[in-house]
Write a protein that binds this ligand. Structure first.
Ligand SMILES: Cc1cc2nc3c(=O)[nH]c(=O)nc-3n(C[C@H](O)[C@H](O)[C@H](O)COP(=O)(O)O)c2cc1C
Length: 849
């Protein structure tokens, strides 16, 4: 099986380890063998132990033969590290347990089994039918073997990671499980070690329901609250306001109730929406049937109280058949229209569904079989993980749950591509043992075991490539030419260049002309970097030659942007295509080494059929190229830029290039926003609806796309990074919520009291043919008069096709991460719009007078 991993190219390098890229770290470390080799390796282990003078049992001695500390102290890790407190900077490793000798997760399981009422224990441990899949989840981990690496300085372990942008202290979160209250009804009793008994107690303090979320916050990890929580979302969020919480949703027949839950979760600061996909009906759990499982009368599915008529709550606290079994992939669009939260889909087990999930625009996938409680005899989740990770190809984050019982299981899951794992039943055992403290103990044991396994397998995240250290990539002392520097994006790039902490030597600003306003702005940001203004034409070879002399980096943003077909094709070609080629030639002659090109999403499409793309990525070849002249001119120019990579410079050096395909750019000074604003003001402060609500796109804030240019330039200058980035294009978006172009206008200004028309002026198909008619009229009139229609088929398609792209590859290859949040972008842009309104009103009055 080692070949499996080798063939994925993971064994050939020791580079690129960082705390957030566990996959690369562990894939280098681990391989796996099938269970058939198990007996053989056990034999080897036994005979080796004898040879070294140990008995087998003393190496694997049962609890009780050694002290707790000895058992926790792995050979080779000095005791001073165990007592980390005395040595500042050295992490506690492993953390001594506060509890009695609960050594591993099965100790908590044994406790829960012994003390929980049978009906509660049976409910927690149940699997569907024969419980084959439930048990297989655990067995499958046991079949996987490590290929450990040695002598890799494992003295400092950093096991933090990020999920959907939020940092957690280690890659284990708490899966959604309903009815926690069954595990931990009465804190005081359990502290005194009396067995908890939910079925006899009906007086338990409310705070006890909220323990899991508090434990997760204390351990700085993610808690997924179930729809079937026995306390409300409001109570959960009040209990751990700062904690990372996601909300798990089951879609019910009462869609209004589900909608309300989603919107409540978003308003309460939950940061992800987890849609459970594997429960159209509840699986058959035999013990629950035998026990006639019902929630005790004092427990309620509080989130859904009042959502269903009639008092029959016989199916796990709700009326039978309240779940909606007609849910399909299209309902992801429905959810998307309800919320801006990232959507994570839980219950995916095949590559086909993983692909569909990505195509429908989810941000994360939890590979799960509901702990084996739904379809029996499906695959173990760790086995399914491999196929899902392969299908997803890094486009969205992949997590896994089911059968995680040891730290080494976590390590295996990460080695096979999971970003993080979630635990279900072990969390409930921890609760049953000792409430919040018990759950924290469970998490801490997993954390310690994970760190230990990682160390023993040779994990060494502290020895990252030096180029990945913050500050290692810089533009200090560089002379840079920015073309199109007077434009909306160009100005922002210049501003960031001038704001760089380590100053550049010089920034040359090239454009056809600069407004006084722009020149004033540059003056404001001027510091140690010399600024030169170069006014001239990009088609002028001598001018370009002069501009490039002595420069080592060119950021080429200059181009004519034309979505309406206003500009003559010849001019468009001369500036966008020929201008770019001439500039590249000047770079070769003047020994410019690095070249970043501003391309556009329009080179990808949408095509004339309006084929939607969700979460598009660089590794997929889309058939959706647009034939519109502007898009074509940008595509040709981009081609020239990428082909120029590797050209030999006059001094024998090499030209390195890359292109950034930007989404639609918004922000302060955006000319398109101003155009839409004018129309809105003329329409009594109501924005025109030129794109339908479902046409989701992900525009990018000008500050973020500008930042991506700087990051790409820095990467081209760092040899280790440059080899990944050279000759490549990247999609650049940010965390702006997905919405239609028309809705973006509205979102940015709704606080100013502006409205938006609810519907397109006519049905989409009619609009399309209306545009065709206008184009025909324009064509027929051409010999007599130049009539440019206000819309065309290309524009109608562009504005009405769902088209979203991820920035993940740029993040991976050159560390791009949005510099501004959506809130900051919205605020900055909204303020700018508010500031120009008086002047736009005056302008409109004078031009209509
Ligand atoms: C008692 C119990 C209740 C559960 N309730 C939910 C739930 O409300 N929503 C959900 O999506 N998954 C639910 N699950 C599934 C878990 O989220 C998770 O997929 C599973 O427990 C992982 O397997 P593990 O228990 O082996 O860790 C539940 C699982 C158990 C054991």
């Amino acid at each position: 099986m080692e070949g499996d991993i080798k063939s994925r190219g993971l064994f050939d390098s020791d580079r690129g380890r960082s705390r957030v890229s566990f996959v690369s770290v562990f894939s280098v470390l681990c391989g796996f063998q099938q269970a058939t080799t198990f007996t053989a390796s056990t034999t080897v282990f036994k005979s080796k132990a004898r040879k070294e003078g140990h008995s087998y049992s003393s190496l694997a001695g049962p609890a009780g033969q050694t002290s707790l500390k000895e058992r926790l102290s792995p050979p080779g890790i000095p005791n001073r590290q165990l007592e980390g407190e005395a040595f500042p900077g050295i992490p506690k490793f492993p953390t001594p347990l506060s509890a009695m000798a609960m050594v591993c997760l099965s100790d908590f399981e044994d406790y829960a089994k012994k003390y929980l009422p049978k009906i509660a224990w049976d409910y927690f441990s149940a699997g569907a039918d024969d419980c084959t899949t439930r048990d297989e989840n655990i067995l499958a981990y046991k079949r996987i073997r490590f290929r450990p690496r040695m002598l890799r300085d494992v003295s400092m372990m950093d096991i933090r990671t990020k999920i959907l942008g939020s940092e957690i202290s280690f890659p284990v979160g708490i899966a959604p499980t309903g009815f926690h209250q069954l595990a931990w009804p009465d804190g005081e009793k359990s502290t005194a070690r009396d067995p908890p008994n939910a079925f006899v107690s009906d007086s338990f303090p409310m705070k006890m329901f909220l323990i899991p979320v508090q434990a997760a916050r204390a351990m700085n990890t993610c808690y997924i609250a179930s729809t079937y929580s026995t306390c409300t979302l409001e109570e959960i969020s009040a209990a751990a306001p700062g904690g990372l919480r996601w909300f798990q949703l089951y879609i019910h027949r009462n869609r209004a109730a589900s909608q309300q839950l989603v919107q409540r979760a978003e308003a309460l600061g939950f940061r992800g929406l987890v849609l459970t996909a594997d429960l159209p009906y509840t699986g058959k759990r035999r013990d629950d049937v035998r026990n006639g499982f019902r929630l005790p009368p004092h427990m309620k599915v509080k989130n859904l109280e009042g959502a269903f008529e009639g008092g029959d709550c016989s199916e796990y606290g709700l009326p039978p058949n309240s779940l909606d079994p007609s849910v399909t992939w299209n309902d992801i669009y429905w959810l998307r229209s309800l919320t801006r939260l990232p959507i994570i889909i839980k219950g995916i087990l095949t590559r086909e569904d993983a692909e569909l999930a990505v195509r429908h625009g989810v941000q994360g996938i939890i590979v799960s079989n509901h702990g084996g409680r739904q379809l029996d005899e499906g695959p173990a989740t760790i086995d399914a993980l491999v196929e899902v990770v392969e299908a997803v190809r890094g486009r969205v984050e992949v997590y896994v749950d089911g059968g995680i019982r040891k730290g080494s299981d976590v390590l295996k899951a990460l080695a096979l591509g999971a970003k993080c794992v979630f635990i279900g039943r072990p969390a409930l055992w921890g609760l049953a043992y000792k409430g919040e403290e018990g759950l924290q103990d469970v998490l801490r044991i997993l954390q310690d075991e994970f760190r230990l396994s990682m160390a023993l397998a040779g994990g060494e995240p502290s020895s990252r490539d030096s180029e990945e250290q913050p500050g290692a990539m810089s533009l200090a002392g560089v002379s840079c030419l920015v073309t199109g520097a007077g434009g909306f994006l160009g100005q922002r790039i210049v501003r960031l260049l001038l704001e760089e902490e380590e100053p550049l030597a010089e920034v040359r600003l090239l454009d056809k002309a600069f407004s006084d306003e722009a020149l004033g702005r540059f003056e404001k940001f001027k510091g140690k970097t010399e600024v030169k203004i170069l006014e001239g034409d990009i088609r002028d070879v001598t001018f370009l030659h002069r501009a490039c002399q002595g420069v080592s980096l060119v950021i080429h943003t200059a181009s004519l942007i034309d979505t309406l077909g206003l500009i003559e094709k010849k001019l468009l070609w001369e500036v966008n295509v020929t201008g770019t080629r001439l500039l590249l030639e000047a770079c070769v002659r003047c020994n410019v080494q690095h070249f970043v090109y501003t391309s556009t999403i329009e080179v990808t499409g949408p095509n004339c059929k309006g084929d939607p793309i969700f979460n598009g990525d660089e590794d997929t070849a889309y058939e959706s190229t647009s034939k519109f002249p502007y898009a074509q001119s940008k595509r040709l120019a981009e081609d020239s830029v990428l082909k120029a990579d590797g050209q030999v410079l006059k001094d024998g050096g090499t030209l390195m290039t890359c292109a950034l395909r930007s989404m639609y750019i918004f922000g302060e000074g955006c000319p398109f926003l101003q155009g839409h604003l004018d129309k809105c003001l003329l329409n009594k402060n109501v924005y025109l609806r030129f794109s339908r609500k479902e046409a989701l796109v992900n525009p990018v804030y000008v500050g973020n796309i500008a930042w991506a240019h700087l990051q790409a330039a820095k990467a081209l200058r760092a040899p280790q990074k440059a080899k990944h980035v050279r000759g490549k294009f990247y999609y650049i978006s940010d965390d702006t919520p997905h919405m239609s172009y028309a809705d973006l206008n509205y979102e940015l200004t709704k606080e100013l009291g502006f409205g938006i028309e609810p519907q397109l002026p006519m049905p989409l198909t009619a609009l399309y043919y209306f545009s065709l008619l206008l184009e025909l009229v324009s064509f027929l009139l051409r010999p007599f008069v130049r009539y440019i229609p206000s819309t065309n088929r290309h524009l109608v398609t562009l504005l009405n096709t769902p088209f979203t792209f991820s920035y993940r590859k740029a993040q991976q290859d050159f560390g791009y991460a949005p510099r501004y949040t959506w809130e900051e972008a919205k605020q900055g842009t909204g303020k700018w719009i508010a500031s120009v309104i008086p002047q736009r009103r005056l302008h409109l009055q004078s031009s209509t007078a």
